[in-house]
Design a protein around this ligand. Sequence first.
Ligand code: HEM
Ligand SMILES: *[C@@H]1O[C@H](CO)[C@@H](O)[C@H](O)[C@H]1NC(C)=O
Ligand SMILES: *[C@@H]1O[C@H](CO)[C@@H](O)[C@H](O)[C@H]1NC(C)=O
Length: 327
Amino acid sequence: MASSTRFSFCSVVVIVTLGILAGFTGRSSAQLSTNFYSGSCPKVFSTVKSVVQSAISKENRMGASLLRLHFHDCFVNGCDGSVLLDDTSSFTGEKTAGPNNNSIRGFEVIDKIKTRVEKACPGVVSCADILTIAARDSVVILGGPSWNVKLGRRDAKTTSLAAANSGVIPPPTSTLSNLITRFQAVGLSTRDMVALSGAHTIGKARCTSFRTRIYNETNIDASFAKTRQNSCPSTTGSGDNNLAPLDTQTPNSFDPKYFQNLINKKGLLHSDQILFNGGSTDSLVKTYSASANTFNSDFVKAMIKMGDNKPLTGSRGEIRKNCRKPN
Ligand code: HEM
Ligand SMILES: *[C@@H]1O[C@H](CO)[C@@H](O)[C@H](O)[C@H]1NC(C)=O
Ligand SMILES: *[C@@H]1O[C@H](CO)[C@@H](O)[C@H](O)[C@H]1NC(C)=O
């Protein structure tokens, strides 16, 4: 009797301890909050928004590029601003990794935001949080939903090329099961993955990312393939960087047209079309294509979850002065 009581008491202690440890070491978001800067930098929101707004006014695509930066940041070692680090003598950063080289962009806009925010509140706001806010603002400015972002992330002091090349960011040639696995690895469900893929309602891709699809795949609308072939030659090495919109209907609006394209076999990337190809995610694609409200609300939930991935909080990491380099 006594020993069984002791046993269950110990079990409870162990379970509670494991729970607490998981809370601190896992993809904890316990310390992120929507009012993190309300005392220390209330101007952060208006400052970020005005720079994002002017960047998008100059070039519509920039909204897409900023949204993607946050995604690539969060998938590599958590949302810690690591994607922004330039190479140094002690490490090679993520910028030349396969998924990023000649592709990710928007660093000058982040620099501009950081300069303004540092002027308003020196040493307070992390680059990782700036990415989170800029991604949200981009979605809103391009006509998508708004939400309160959770803040309080700190910046990594280092990163590595290998981390970004390890496959954690899935390639556009991915199978559906690889996409599901990669998102699961950062705490995101299949539903989150499909909703987040809806980010491809804005922005552009290079010929090299969709060449095989438009020449060799069969689950593609023939006239759509032909049109894309006009600006993407079949030979590797020619026209590799030629761009095409990810959403062929409304490339500058955050809307559910991306999902309609998939139903019409007009997904640009293999990884887009695979979401509607007779598999387990077909019904969700149909749901999103028919309901902006459902897409928007699932997208928001998934963005918040993605932003919760393994942030550095408390005294871990630092608040970078310059987003490109450790202090
Ligand atoms: C599901 C897995 C995903 C794959 C395989 C994927 C792959 C890609 C590829 C290959 C490109 C074009 C890159 C180029 O050719 O330069 C791209 C662009 C883009 N991706 Fe994704 N992506 C995925 C998920 C996401 C997520 C979760 C987001 C954000 C929430 C996102 C946002 C974007 C945006 C906005 C662009 C356009 C960027 C620009 O125009 O600068 N993607 N993606
Ligand atoms: C990145 O792209 C540049 C320019 O095309 C190329 O010279 C370089 O080899 C690439 N880097 C890597 C690591 O692939
Ligand atoms: C299409 O497939 C053929 C046969 O496998 C291959 O030789 C060719 O390189 C592929 N073309 C593209 C653009 O991927």
